[in-house]
Write a protein that binds this ligand. Sequence first.
Ligand code: NDP
Length: 309
Amino acid sequence: MINILFAAHPSRWPLYAPHLRRALDETGLDYTLSDDMAPETADYVIYSPNSPLRDFTPFTRAKLVQNIWAGVEEITGNETLTQPLARMVDPGLTAGMVEWVSGHVMRYHLGMDRHIVNPGHDWAPHTPPLAPQRRVAVLGLGALGSAVCVQLVALGFQVTGWARRAKALKGVRCQHGADGLNVALQDAEILVTLLPDTPDTAGIINAKTLSLMPKGAFVINPGRGPLIEDSALIAALDTGQIAGATLDVFQTEPLPEDDPYWSHPKVTVTPHIAAETRPETASAVIADNILRGEAGKPFRHLVDRAAGY
Ligand code: NDP
């Protein structure tokens, strides 16, 4: 019998419990699943950083802490967490991110705002280029960034991707390292940032990197707020270097009422909704990782604590 503790935010328990039970039943494992058990009896801990659980010291026999979020920046620094930590890679989450990014890229590519917000009723025909004439750069080629690239390539865009290490993705001009970032930005008429929040990525979008982009480019950030130096982005928006930005994530969330992003005419704020883990599909991912643990196989999607993601 293995004991699985659901220790993510309590509001998630009723949403996850039926899907987790279904997925765990399919593994054939003999298990107990509960949102309440003595820490020293838990073999697996399903977790989210907004959980009340902070001290992992009593979880002496836990083989894995499985995060239900993709982002792990709020846990990697927790020194009580000595157990292996897996982040979430969920087909439902990925599909949501692909849809959200595709929609916002298409908005800027087609210049939709010109017609959606048209108080003067201007009849001003303007033909946008087709996707093969539009260059999009995606920073971060992980589970989400690579799936976004595949979709943007399928739509016909010229796509450049950038990651820490060298990558190969069909139809994508892949770059890495500091020089690769410059190459990716120089071409980026639309920039999508899907990097994790780590000490190395903090402030990667700053006055210098924004100035490398073509004048009038667009920024779409569903990654994490600290990727962007906010004052530099606002300055670039004010000079026209950047023509518009859609931001889903912020240094402080919820975005404070007096934050200049709310009222900036070139900024669209969305409330951290780009993509959410879907209990239906994520439960199978969690069950599979537990099954792997019981079979003595390596866990999937383990976080590299030194790299921070
Ligand atoms: P992954 O860990 O799969 O991918 C991260 C990517 O970023 C990798 O390609 C990695 O490079 C690259 N990277 C990391 N550090 C650097 C660096 N210093 N320089 C260059 N590239 C770097 O993460 P996911 O794709 O699953 O998720 C990405 C982020 O999206 C999450 O961390 C989270 O912050 C955000 N997110 C936002 C959501 C929302 O609703 N707004 C929902 C879910 C996630 P390499 O491939 O070489 O390792």
